[in-house]
Design a protein around this ligand. Structure first.
Ligand code: SF4
Length: 325
């Protein structure tokens, strides 16, 4: 897979594309995505990371450029902002990650910093460094303690679950809050989820158990049975009672509240003139720029620098998808 480095000089805004930059869903939490690179290939991955046919390109954003955009968004949103580092891949694939956290945690208005990781690249030294630069919570994905199943569920033969367990234990002894975030795959890791709850309880961890969802561009894992939201929450309720822990999280449990959104630039149906700046994340897409936003244009093979007229077909949370008119 080819890597596209997004620098200040690229002229590519850091709002508008789901694969990199900043996502504001209208709360005090902003998602910051420094890279789309991932080191695993989970068979249920919602973003279909590491599938070259679907994503011929990955993205990585220049540190200082990303910081400037984060500052601008935080300034707009005001006090009490949580920065949540996540990724369409793995956050720790970003080589300057600790530095990025250190700078962002000091931005005026930022009150909490969290991250999502699969833990493979985490070391004790890195946990110490993250603690020092202001990381408040690590959301760690663990889907099974069974070595063979764990390898199957992350699509890597060299995945070592014992290393992830040790790092979870290490985080739990630091000032950083540990949240275990397994994906419940009904019929695949039901017992494992209970083992993970027991383990997390012994570490005083919190839980953010996730529901396996089938997405249009995600990987479909046929072995996992579909569960609707009612059954999912009911299952969490039962497990929570059984183990005496809170498993059904709502936004308030993690201090997420509504907060003014960054202003919307376009809406679905708008016709917009864009300048093509880069290949897009999905195969067949190109990224066009207009109005300080990235717009992913489907079925587009226009070359970089070309001007095009497009129609916006998706506009949710300032993430724009368009088609050529
Ligand atoms: S689920 Fe997460 S860790 Fe697994 S392949 Fe997808 S992005 Fe990577």
């Amino acid at each position: 897979m080819k890597l596209i480095r997004i620098s200040r000089e690229s002229g590519i805004p850091l709002i508008g594309c789901i694969a990199f930059g900043i996502i504001d869903r209208g709360t005090n939490l902003i998602e910051v995505r420094p890279t789309s690179v991932c080191n695993l290939k989970c068979p249920f991955c919602s973003t279909n990371a590491n599938d070259e046919r679907m994503h011929p390109y990955n993205f990585e954003v220049e540190l200082s450029y990303l910081v400037d955009w984060v500052k601008e968004v935080v300034r707009f949103k005001g006090e009490g902002v949580e920065i949540h580092f996540d990724s369409a891949g793995e956050t720790l694939s970003y080589r300057d990650f600790v530095k990025l956290v250190g700078i962002c945690s000091k931005i005026k208005g930022v009150s909490f910093v969290s991250m999502q990781t699969n833990g493979v690249l985490l070391t004790e030294g890195m946990v110490d460094a993250l603690e020092k630069v202001g990381m408040d919570r690590i959301n760690l994905s663990i889907n099974s303690f069974n070595p063979e199943k764990a390898r199957l569920l992350c699509g890597r033969d060299n995945y070592d679950i014992s290393k992830i367990v040790k790092i979870a234990e290490y985080i739990s002894k630091s000032k950083i809050e540990l949240m275990l975030t397994p994906v419940w795959l009904k019929g695949v890791n039901d017992d494992d989820i209970e083992e993970i709850i027991k383990f997390g309880k012994s570490l005083n961890a919190r839980f953010g158990i996730q529901k396996y969802e089938i997405y249009k561009y995600g990987r479909k894992y046929k072995r996992a049975k579909h569960v609707n939201w009612w059954k999912f929450y009911n299952h969490l309720k039962l497990l929570g009672k059984k183990y005496g822990v809170k498993l059904e999280l709502n936004a308030r449990d993690v201090n997420v509240v509504r907060k003014q959104r960054i202003p919307s630039v376009f809406k679905k149906g708008d016709r917009v003139n864009v300048v093509i700046k880069s290949p897009g994340w999905l195969n067949g897409q190109m990224i066009g720029v207009a109005g300080k936003r990235c717009i992913s244009i489907n079925n587009c093979n226009a070359s970089v620098g070309k001007q095009l007229r497009v129609r916006i077909v998706e506009d949710k949370n300032e993430l724009y998808v368009a088609e050529v008119i």
